[in-house]
Design a protein around this ligand. Structure first.
Ligand SMILES: NC(=O)c1ccc[n+]([C@@H]2O[C@H](COP(=O)([O-])OP(=O)(O)OC[C@H]3O[C@@H](n4cnc5c(N)ncnc54)[C@H](O)[C@@H]3O)[C@@H](O)[C@H]2O)c1
Length: 417
């Protein structure tokens, strides 16, 4: 495939290159893998279609895979999350990039279809749209395997595998401990609040922040909101997670109660219509609504549009909806993933681990695909451990080692008091 791209403005390349340089120093594990890949070229002849948020951290992953010998077509995982300078820099460096910020849904899918022309042998996905497109285009049989970056995508691929409709193995990169515990929790926690603050500049201290979902992302958002002085309310459907939230010190209640008291609502569930018409009707004047789940389905924007008598753009990423009784509600980023639309997404330090898992799993697929079935697999523990070990090494932190006696004790059942 000769190089091809669709980006917003190729002249932004230089600015993008400077930012790529800036984060490279913050992704030491991926850098170590890149050096290894440059020497060993484990991805020669591999054609990768990557459907990922086109951010500066993603650029470092793409350049690592290319250093390993892969040919890559990159397209966005969300119409609003592309950083145009990064897309331009990657296109300028010879990568096939099809992504620009503010795509219509039609343009978004057209870009995915352009990327499909690479005839992928490996797919990297974030949310499942890439893998869905490969199947729809009848190209699954030439794919050796795929990696999935986020919870929502893993759920979709497991459902496809359950219905025997998955055409190749998928590695659930999201579920690696070195991904989920850090990226979903600390990355989403910090960057989601950054997105809200960027869009609104509100003071979070003293505000009631309602967090829907107390999974890895919700925990991170709640923790950081609490740290900024907010009074956090958690809405959960899972009794174990709800109990955890109670014991972590948060108020827990159904959305119909939380709706009446919240100043800021943040959804992090991966579920549909978590905040809907019946809740908008109960909200305080001035309430702010944001979503950090993968798709723009968590806040029911259609029902908000129907209830509103007037709508106007206040500033970038903030739309005001006026309801019949005069109350105003503020929706951030059209209900799309707020940390990537109103801020930069996750910091490079956590993406270092997520994308190191991706880079190592691509090699794992190439070397092991013949013995894998068309199922969703966890990241091999050896890869998860290697990422953690390299991250600690890069931080200069040494950890305790088991003595032979301790190892034997921990593996035995005979020894008691
Ligand atoms: N913003 C980001 O950068 C980012 C990063 C990682 C993951 N994600 C996305 O965020 C979402 C959540 O991911 P996660 O890893 O925290 O998932 P998770 O499965 O760990 O947590 C989701 C939680 O939401 C709860 N839930 C489901 N429906 C609910 C409802 N109607 N009301 C209240 N709670 C409900 C579930 O019980 C679960 O505890 C997914 O869509 C994921 O793809 C976003």
């Amino acid at each position: 495939m000769t190089q091809d791209y669709i980006v917003s403005d190729i002249k932004l390349a230089e600015a993008g290159e400077r930012r790529i340089e800036w984060i490279r120093g913050r992704m030491p594990v991926l850098n170590m893998i890149r050096e290894r890949y440059e020497r060993e070229k484990p991805l020669d002849n591999v054609k990768i279609m990557a459907c990922l948020h086109v951010t500066v951290e993603t650029a470092n992953l793409i350049l690592t895979l290319r250093a390993g010998g892969a040919d890559i077509a990159l397209t966005a995982a969300n119409p609003l999350s592309t950083q145009d300078d990064i897309a331009a820099a990657l296109a300028d460096s010879g990568i096939n990039v099809y992504a620009f910020r503010g795509e219509t849904e039609e343009e978004y899918y057209n870009c995915i279809n352009e990327a499909l022309k690479i005839e992928p042998t490996v797919v990297l996905d974030d949310g499942g749209d890439g893998i869905t497109a490969v199947h729809a285009a009848g190209k699954a049989s030439s794919v050796k395997g795929a990696c999935e970056e986020t919870t929502t995508g893993v759920i979709r691929h497991r459902a496809r595998a359950r219905d025997k409709k998955l055409g190749f193995p998928v590695i659930a990169v999201n579920d690696a401990e070195t991904k989920m515990m850090f990226d979903n929790r600390y990355g989403t926690g910090q960057s989601t609040l950054h997105g809200v603050m960027n869009a609104t500049n509100i003071l979070l201290a003293g505000r009631v922040v309602v967090v829907a979902g107390y999974g890895w992302c919700g925990r991170g958002v709640a923790l950081r909101a609490k740290g900024l002085g907010s009074s956090v309310v958690v809405v959960e459907t899972n009794p174990r997670k709800a109990l955890e939230a109670v014991m972590d010190g948060y108020r827990v209640m159904p959305m119909r109660e939380a709706a009446k008291i919240g100043d800021l609502f943040i959804t992090a569930t991966g579920d549909i219509s978590v905040i809907r018409g019946e809740h908008f009707k109960l909200m305080k004047d001035g309430a702010i609504l944001a979503n950090t789940g993968h798709f723009n389905v968590e806040i029911n924007v259609n029902e908000l549009e129907q209830l509103a008598v007037d709508k106007r753009q206040i500033k970038d990423n903030v739309v005001e909806y006026r309801l019949e009784d005069g109350r105003k509600l503020y929706l951030l980023s059209e209900g799309r993933i707020v940390n990537l639309t109103a801020a930069y997404g996750h910091p490079p330090e956590v993406m270092d681990m997520s994308f190191s898992n991706q880079a190592l799993c691509v090699r794992y697929i190439i070397e092991n695909h013949e013995r894998l079935n068309n199922e969703v697999y966890p990241v091999p523990a050896a890869i998860d451990d290697e990422v953690a070990r390299l991250k600690l090494k890069s931080m200069g932190i040494e950890i305790e080692e088991l003595t032979p006696e301790q190892r034997e004790y921990l593996e035995s059942w005979e020894l008691g008091t």
